[in-house]
Design a protein around this ligand. Structure first.
Ligand code: G
Ligand code: G
Ligand code: MN
Ligand code: NA
Length: 253
């Protein structure tokens, strides 16, 4: 209850910030996308990570105003970067439960309209679970969003329980291989097999595959050899504040 009250106040006073982690295209070596990750800024400036407040936000419905804020802020920042000559895709994480009761389509449309971001630069990250829980509702909204130019990535791919049918019925533009598989590349032949299968699936369906949670050169080397298209992880950069991200892209890191 204390945490809930504090979170409620944080939402009212806008005590959040987004950090940004680059997504690298492995053919060109360029940063072609960025994932926005929310942090709660406590009064002393200390940052609280989403693992500590997202579950509560979802239980209490505070996830709705929080998502309105993160969509707006990410679109505002994305539009600013496009104007500054950094034309990269902005990925925003969405909780699956939003699709249960809420008009995600309208939330996204509002953020785009207000910011002036070209919808082609916006990507929504959803988990497989989000799609299983509300297949019709989520499907309808995702199709409408695609028609506006917004793209959709499946986050944590390989860890949910979804059938793969949605990959052919829904507009899916990217598969993000979950970090658990990447972490085990050197120790688990089944993780290797799963990653290879996801890359083959992406190739056959014409959906680019991005590996997340890459921390070491040997993991990157192996993923490149398998033909993985894109990469993300601490090896390239941790999620960083916007000024640092701008600097990182400009300096070609
Ligand atoms: O860095 P990390 O601790 O940032 O993120 C942990 C989790 O929080 C990830 O699963 C990520 O998808 C989720 N997350 C980060 N930012 C947001 C956000 O703005 N909205 C939602 N719904 N989830 C987020
Ligand atoms: O669920 P989602 O994929 O959105 O979560 C992304 C989370 O992974 C964030 O908490 C982010 O900070 C974290 N992350 C990003 N890159 C790495 C990495 O290389 N290693 C680890 N351990 N975590 C990472
Ligand atoms: Mn994500
Ligand atoms: Na993920």
């Amino acid at each position: 209850a204390d945490l809930e009250q504090a979170l409620r106040q944080a939402i009212e006073s806008g005590a959040f910030t987004l950090h940004y982690q680059p997504e690298i295209d492995l053919a060109s070596g360029l940063v072609t996308g960025v994932e926005a990750l929310i942090r709660w800024v406590r009064p002393q400036g200390e940052l609280v990570y989403p693992g500590h407040f997202l579950p509560l936000a979802e239980e209490t419905g505070l996830i709705v105003p929080m998502t309105v804020w993160s969509l707006r802020e990410a679109c505002r920042q994305g539009a600013a970067w496009v104007r500054e000559g950094i034309p990269i895709r902005m990925a925003v994480n969405l909780s699956g439960m939003l699709f249960r009761y809420h008009d995600v389509q309208q939330m996204v449309l509002d953020a785009i309209t207000e910011s002036g971001l070209d919808p082609g630069f916006l990507e929504l990250e959803l988990t497989e679970t989000a799609l299983i829980e509300n297949p019709e509702k989520a499907g309808r909204q995702l199709v409408a969003l695609q028609q506006m130019g917004v793209s959709v990535a499946i986050d944590d791919f390989g860890t949910g329980y979804a059938s793969l049918v949605y990959l052919t019925t829904l507009p899916i533009h990217r598969l993000k291989i979950d970090a658990v598989f990447v972490r085990e590349i050197d120790s688990s032949s089944s993780s290797q097999a799963i990653i290879k299968a996801i890359i083959a699936l992406g190739n056959n369906l014409n959906i680019p595959v991005i590996a997340e949670g890459i921390e070491r050169e040997d993991q990157l080397y192996w993923l490149k050899a398998q033909g993985c298209h894109q990469a993300q992880g601490f090896l390239f950069s941790r999620p960083v504040p916007p000024d640092q991200f701008r600097h990182l892209v400009r300096s070609g890191a």
